[in-house]
Design a protein around this ligand. Structure first.
Ligand code: NAI
Ligand code: MG
Length: 365
């Protein structure tokens, strides 16, 4: 059988720096675990613009559609601010997500014990927290028509439309239930069925999908505003949360910050199953290209490394290997190894991006 294939798009700014540490782990997987990956690399974002005049070439997109999983670093930077909107680095990323139809965005909020004091919440509220927000990513109010700013009488009116079809809701619900089966078998669906018709449909369809195929998973429903409160009050009551594009944007950002630094947060975006049964998939850290620290060896590679761990789990069914990587990260943090972003106000001596990668490799061994 062919080796699993990965396309690495390191991108701009700290993207290539953090990706270099992931590549060490990919090599380690081949050498030490007998799990070789076929890795191709290509350009995206500003790097692709510099080389080709576009943030994503058709050839790169075609490769992304063929491989088992895409690993992306980050795109963008001040150098590209002057560019026309149509060729901005971010357009490359958006086009990838859209063309690959990555409708299910997985955003974990996981609190490593060693960093629990980093949270704005009390230690026992967040220590050991491990929840997953599944955000619908390709529909809803960010895409619905009509949209625009129109003239109505003698004033302007801004319009956006929250629009969901049954099939759009059903597929993201399935993705959340499947995920729950690999975790703690519990899904909470969030909408505002009390004030939005699209919310009523959301609740109905999630319930129908549950009834039909996932009765073994515990399902609850919550209004999204109440959900926001509960996330701050006692986040450990949740396991998988599934919600729409807009609420998911807000709830996943809020949940992520329960646990500390942007440099720690991975994500996955999944689409429909391919011929080999694996979902189309792209894995990327939540952070951007961090121009303020790029090129200085200061970036924390953990978000990108944990994104690769998600790839192991969700694209390659290598949950044990994913746990191995996550445990190595946990051990290194417990040993007090810190990049600059993980040092509190009291300071300390930070290590470099590559030293963090090496420490994680050593912990893997
Ligand atoms: P950012 O996430 O790049 O940086 C925000 C702050 O967090 C900065 O102070 C940065 O130094 C710090 N930070 C981020 N990642 C870090 C890491 N791994 N280790 C240590 N510190 C880290 O967001 P910002 O500054 O708003 O955007 C910078 C550029 O990145 C812009 O061009 C923006 O469009 C782009 N961007 C790209 C994203 C992507 O590729 N998915 C997402 C967000 C922003
Ligand atoms: Mg956001």
């Amino acid at each position: 059988m062919a080796n699993p294939s990965l396309l690495i798009l390191a991108g701009d700014g700290i993207g290539p720096e953090v990706m270099a540490e992931v590549k060490k782990i990919i090599t380690w997987m081949g050498d030490k675990r007998g799990l070789p990956f076929d890795v191709t690399e290509d350009l995206v974002g500003g790097a692709a613009y510099d080389a080709h005049g576009t943030p994503l070439t058709d050839a790169t997109l075609a490769k992304a559609q063929e491989v088992d999983a895409v690993l992306l670093g980050a795109v963008g930077g001040p150098k590209y601010d002057v560019l026309d909107f149509s060729v901005k680095p971010e357009r490359g990323l958006l086009r990838l997500r859209k063309e690959m139809d990555l409708f299910s965005n997985l955003r974990p909020a996981q609190c490593f014990d060693a960093l629990a004091d980093f949270s704005s919440l009390k230690r026992d509220v967040v220590a050991g927290l491990d929840i997953m927000i599944v955000r619908e990513l390709t529909s809803g109010v960010y895409f619905g028509e009509p949209r625009g700013i129109f003239k109505e009488g003698n004033e302007r009116v801004g319009i956006n439309t929250q629009r969901y079809t049954e099939s759009e809701i059903a597929r993201v619900a399935r993705s959340a239930f499947e995920l729950a089966r690999r975790r703690n078998n519990k899904v909470c669906s969030m909408e505002k069925a009390n004030v939005m018709e699209s919310g009523i449909l959301w609740r109905d369809v999630v319930t129908e999908v549950h009834q039909k195929d996932y009765q073994d998973v515990e399902l609850s429903h919550m209004y999204a505003d109440a959900g926001a409160m509960q996330l701050c009050r006692w986040p450990k009551q949740f396991d998988v949360i599934v919600t729409d594009n807009l609420f998911g944007d807000l709830l996943s950002d809020a949940a992520a910050m329960l646990t500390g630094s942007l440099g720690m947060l991975p994500s996955a975006s999944l689409g429909a199953p391919m011929a080999n049964g694996r979902p189309k998939a792209m894995y990327e850290p939540v952070h951007g290209s961090a121009p303020d620290i790029a090129g200085q060896g200061k970036a924390n590679p953990i978000a990108c490394i944990l994104s690769f761990a998600m790839a192991l789990r969700y694209s390659f069914d290598l949950g044990d290997e994913a746990t191995r990587v996550e445990s190595a990260v946990e051990k290194v943090l417990a040993d007090g190894v810190r990049t600059a972003d993980l040092l509190g106000p009291e300071g300390g001596s930070p290590i470099s991006t590559s030293a963090m990668g090496d420490a994680i490799l050593a912990a893997l061994d």
